[in-house]
Design a protein around this ligand. Structure first.
Ligand code: SF4
Ligand code: FE
Length: 487
């Protein structure tokens, strides 16, 4: 089954045991058919279906270094800098295709980070994690899994270490050790695509110290294992997906695709030994967290750029519909949007091209450049969105409901007064304005703006890494040498 289709992916979700999911106060029995959840599933479906299109084969698939099979790139260990660049291109393509978060990248980034870390732990401690994890990846490749890279704990009181928290459950930890495995407890917050995943690959969220040893756990559990509860994250304008009319679909802005974030609770979940990939080796938490973060910060130089392309397209379309596309200030704003967007892409490609082989044999991006990439992502999408709102005019937030279009009287009035450039269908004008609302204020704005700020680490996390990796001492030597200063 190495390359599933989107349809087979949805079938594979149906084959899971029922999950315990709460969404807006209700227990959801059939997540796959729920309109809000279904939109997020549709985004992931693209990661399967595009892999079957001949024109995208090169970037959507890869050759496994473990088996030689052709696999979906989302399950792939990167084996060259070209592989890393293809990953960025793949994420841009998907961002362009769905205009939102397609959720599957976190697992790919976690696979690569855990792979290189288990190798290094085994070298130092003589443990058996690496081979276990290789077996796990082979399974992921073969079954073409969506894996939730499960890192961010709720963290409680940020001034305290995990072991100092009043309630230790604010960090995932080992509650009990058994001969055949461990029992874990706690939660992970902001989990992208958690309900749409086959597996959770749990990782520690920060560097741990000696007394935090019970919190140093990296392991995998199936999404339908006993003891997990999912609380679905509400997002702006999500009720519009429950409108059951075509007109209501217009108000969604992007009726087909959506993202997904959940709070995931692990209440005494058993993990057998063969699914444990780190257990108490505190000194490797930093390596795991930093390499995962670097991969995921690289990812944003692809996915957000793809969504940025949609914003730029929306800007040009509404300018044309408003009859102002030729105005020089509009063209200049669109040029600025493109400049910012391609700068992000340049960062994604640069940190990939400067990547290097790890001792384990996969490739890791250049960590300084990956952090620069994500730091720019915390800023540029806001400016791109601002320019789009500027070009669009205020109508995207004052539009009457599209339900008025089903009343012939009202429709006539709306078509008369919301008309744009000659020859442009007023309903098309409304549709593009609703897409702009969705991208800059609605559900997709979560993925394009807030996630750009906080996903893969908030801005300060990158600044800490940039400071650490910037080698100021070397730069001081350069300056002193030119100034004729001898140390
Ligand atoms: Fe992938 Fe981007 Fe969503 Fe992260 S935010 S899961 S990189 S699409
Ligand atoms: Fe993310």
């Amino acid at each position: 089954m190495t390359l599933m289709t989107g349809k087979e992916y949805i079938e594979s979700l149906r084959e899971r045991d029922p999950l315990t999911i709460y969404l807006m106060g209700q227990k959801i029995e059939n997540p796959i058919e729920h309109p809000i959840i279904r939109a997020s599933i549709n985004s992931i479906v693209l990661t399967y279906d595009l892999a079957h299109k001949p024109e995208y084969r090169d970037i959507m698939t890869a050759k496994s270094i473990l088996t030689g099979n052709t696999i979906n790139r989302f399950c792939h260990l990167h084996t060259s800098t070209e592989d890393l660049q293809n990953k960025v291109k793949m994420l841009r393509l998907l961002g362009q295709s769905c205009g939102t978060c397609f959720q599957r990248c976190v697992g790919m980034d976690a696979l690569n980070a855990v792979y290189l870390t288990t190798y290094e732990i085994d070298k130092q401690h003589g443990t058996q994690y690496y081979q276990r994890f290789v077996d796990y990846i082979k399974m992921a490749e073969e079954k073409d899994w969506v894996i939730d890279g499960c890192m961010t704990d709720p963290k409680g009181d940020r001034s305290k270490r995990p072991s100092e928290q009043k309630d230790p459950d604010v960090f995932v930890h080992i509650k009990e050790r058994r001969d055949d495995g461990v029992i874990i407890r706690g939660a992970k917050a902001h989990q992208t695509g958690a309900i749409n995943s086959h597996e959770h690959l749990i990782m520690p969220t920060l560097a741990m110290r000696d007394h935090d040893r019970d919190f140093t756990i990296c392991c995998a559990v199936p999404a339908d294992v006993d003891g997990i509860t999912y609380y679905y994250g509400r997002q702006s304008c999500d009720l519009r997906r429950l409108d059951e009319t075509i007109e209501g679909d217009i108000d969604c802005g992007n009726a087909v695709y959506g993202g997904q974030e959940c709070l995931v609770i692990f209440e005494d979940v058993f993990v057998p030994n063969e699914r444990i990939f780190m257990n108490g080796e505190n000194e490797f938490c930093g390596r795991l967290v930093e390499s995962f973060s670097a991969y995921h910060r690289q990812s944003y130089g692809g996915c957000k750029v793809g969504v940025g392309d949609v914003l730029i397209g929306a800007a040009a379309t509404i300018a044309e519909y408003n009859g102002v596309l030729k105005a020089s200030h509009i063209r200049d704003k669109i040029t600025e949007m493109t400049h910012l967007n391609e700068t992000l892409y340049s960062c994604g490609i640069a940190c990939s091209a400067a990547g290097q082989e790890t001792p384990a044999g996969n490739y890791l991006v250049d960590q300084l450049l990956a952090n620069i990439c994500k730091q720019n992502v915390t800023r540029f999408p806001y400016e791109i969105a601002r320019l789009l709102q500027d070009i669009a005019g205020g109508l995207f937030v004052t539009l009457p409901s599209s339900k008025e279009l089903s009343n012939p009287e009202s429709k006539k009035i709306i078509e008369k007064y919301l008309v744009g450039a000659e020859g442009i269908d007023t309903v098309d004008r409304i549709k593009i304005l609703r897409l702009i609302e969705n991208l800059t204020l609605g559900r997709a704005a979560v993925g394009y703006l807030t996630e750009s700020m906080h996903g893969a680490g908030s801005p300060q996390a990158q600044r800490i890494m940039i400071n650490r990796l910037s080698n100021i001492e070397e730069k001081k030597k350069l300056a002193k040498s030119l100034a004729g200063i001898e140390d």
